[in-house]
Design a protein around this ligand. Structure first.
Ligand SMILES: [Zn+2]
Length: 229
């Protein structure tokens, strides 16, 4: 089973891919993770990539393509997250492998802004505690969102270590809007490319419920396509 997942920042696609990995033994391929890993290792690739990222530039297609192809060429089961990001990357991927399905996570921007601005993380750098203070119950364009908060037991203190919770700088509404806009502009041509080709099939899911339920819907979609039992 070879999958691609698309979803705007804050749509939880990292979480869904991890759960699909657990369920079906898919290898989760995220270009962001690969680049971070290589930079940490100080490899040739890492050095190259770091230079682009430091200058705030996108890593060129040929590098991204090479890295991903190298990773997936011997894999039977994977989910791609953050790739393809351009039509050229999509074409390169098409020439290499048959993707079975594209999972597309949808969410209204106002929901993403509300949800991301409500994120709180533990202030202890060694702790990965994360929470969400938004209690979202609303209907937008016929989509009913029920997204309960994830609150710490003690008033704004981390359950794991007791440190105070803080908000990340890039989880502020203006920054979020910028990130959503960039995502929209980058992804639309790629989505349009696949829609026009009518292959592979899309599984479109709204991020309107907590992650477990979204994952259930994804699995249902995979089942309909006979990709899982
Ligand atoms: Zn903590």
């Amino acid at each position: 089973m070879k999958l691609i997942i698309f979803g705007p920042p804050g749509s939880g696609k990292g979480t869904y891919s991890s759960k699909l990995k657990e369920k079906f033994g898919l290898e989760k391929i995220s270009t962001g993770d690969i680049f971070r890993e290589e930079i940490k290792k100080g490899s040739e690739l890492g050095k190259k990539v770091e230079k682009y990222l430091r200058e705030g530039k996108l890593v060129p297609d040929d590098i991204v393509i090479e890295v991903v192809i190298e990773k997936i060429k011997n894999l039977e089961k994977f989910i791609l997250d953050g790739f393809p990001r351009t039509v050229d990357q999509a074409k390169a991927l098409d020439s290499m492998v048959n993707i079975d399905a594209i999972i597309k996570i949808n969410a209204h921007p106002e929901i993403l802004v509300e949800k991301i601005s409500a994120r709180r993380i533990c202030s202890n750098p060694k702790c990965d505690g994360n929470y969400n203070v938004a209690d979202i119950r609303k209907v937008i364009d016929g989509v009913e969102y029920i997204l309960p908060p994830l609150l710490p037991k003690n008033d704004m203190k981390c359950d794991k270590c007791g440190s105070p919770l803080i908000q990340r700088d890039d989880d502020k509404p203006s920054v979020i809007m910028d990130r959503l806009k960039v995502y929209e502009e980058q992804t639309k041509p790629v989505i349009d490319y696949y829609l026009k080709k009518k292959k592979p099939p899309f599984i479109e899911i709204w991020m309107s419920r907590p992650p477990e339920q979204v994952v259930e819907k994804i699995v249902e979609g995979l089942r309909k396509l006979n990709l899982v039992k």
